[in-house]
Design a protein around this ligand. Structure first.
Ligand code: NDP
Length: 296
């Protein structure tokens, strides 16, 4: 395989969204209803507002129902939990997503655990995390599932490959490692206490960076030909009062050595919403006892 290929996550995500939209049409014909996704936003964090708006728009474009719940920043935990319970009981809602982070008066874990695991399209509920770790069917967090789709599209069978996941969050690193293990990779999970990270990365056929540190992974850390998935989204100073987005990997030095690499932006980012739509359709099929369409 040639070196230096750029993995077009935006194009793959557009294809997945198209397949979801076709699946939604088939679901509507059989179930006589549209799948529904409820997104809850508490407060006015600008980045969260952008994410919620994009998720709502993409949901409607896929032919699904979008229910947006915007609550003030001083919402109490009890009020948020009451809304989650109401959405759990609402037959028109197949997926519930509470946008994180939440204001400090609210215990995020309590909210995650209040969501019905059968509607937990973010895959953050401990039941879904445990099912993933046990090799059972579950909702899988959108970003790592999107990364896995890109890897399988590029490499096909991942069995026996050495994979390093940098980062051990519940949202990205840990589920990513579980997914790669499920594909029979030999998985190393690196984190802030890892000794000689460069040496660990140098052994890997697959590198997934989910750290949140701009351009931390350097090109000369890579095994030549490695496939690099850059999850990081970091806003850095671009001079003249402007900013730009960069990943956790130093793209310029990594590109000539990597077999393939995702850019930032237009790499992993667009996959997250596409997989959210996919998970919502899958949840709707499961709730109505219908087969999940092929190709998702
Ligand atoms: P967290 O902050 O929750 O986790 C970061 C992880 O990186 C931790 O496990 C931490 O280790 C590890 N880490 C920190 N510094 C180092 C270091 N110097 N060397 C090795 N490991 C280190 O972040 P998330 O997992 O939520 O997100 C990671 C990145 O991915 C962020 O840039 C985020 O914006 C982005 N992201 C992108 C998404 C997308 O759609 N593309 C979606 C979600 C996140 P320790 O546990 O020891 O502290």
């Amino acid at each position: 395989m040639s070196q230096g290929a750029i993995i077009d996550g935006a194009a793959f995500a557009a294809g997945l969204r198209g397949r979801v939209a076709e699946g939604v049409t088939a679901f509507r014909d059989r179930a006589g209803r549209a799948p529904g996704l409820a997104v809850v936003l508490v407060g006015e964090d600008p980045a969260s507002q952008v994410y919620v708006r994009s998720k709502g728009k993409a949901t409607v474009e896929a032919g699904m129902l979008s229910f947006e719940h915007k609550l003030p920043a001083d919402t109490s935990q009890d009020d948020l939990l009451a809304l989650v319970r109401q959405l759990n009981a609402d037959a028109t809602v197949d997926g519930i997503l509470v946008q994180l982070p939440l204001p400090k008066q609210i215990d995020e874990q309590a909210v995650i655990e209040a969501i019905d695991p059968a509607k937990d399209v973010d895959g953050f509920h401990p039941v879904n995390a445990g099912r993933l770790a046990s090799g059972l069917d579950s909702f899988v967090p959108c970003t790592p599932l999107g990364c896995l789709m890109l890897l399988k599209d590029r490499l096909g069978d991942l069995s026996g490959l050495d994979a390093v996941v940098i980062g051990r969050s519940n949202i990205v690193g840990k589920p990513m490692a579980q997914l790669l293990l499920r594909e029979s990779c030999t998985v190393t999970i690196a984190h802030s206490r890892t000794r000689d990270l460069a040496d660990v990365v140098r052994r890997a056929d697959i590198v997934v960076a989910a750290v949140g540190r701009p351009r931390m992974v350097k090109g000369d850390w890579l095994k030549p030909g490695a496939t690099v998935i850059d999850v990081g989204i970091n806003r850095v100073d671009a001079g003249e009062g402007k900013t730009r987005l960069v990943g956790d990997v130093d793209f310029e030095s990594a590109l000539p050595l990597a077999g393939a690499i995702t850019p930032v932006p237009k790499g992993v980012g667009p996959m997250t919403i596409a997989v959210l739509l996919r998970n919502t359709l899958v949840g709707a099929c499961r709730r109505d006892g219908l087969d999940v369409p092929a190709g998702l």
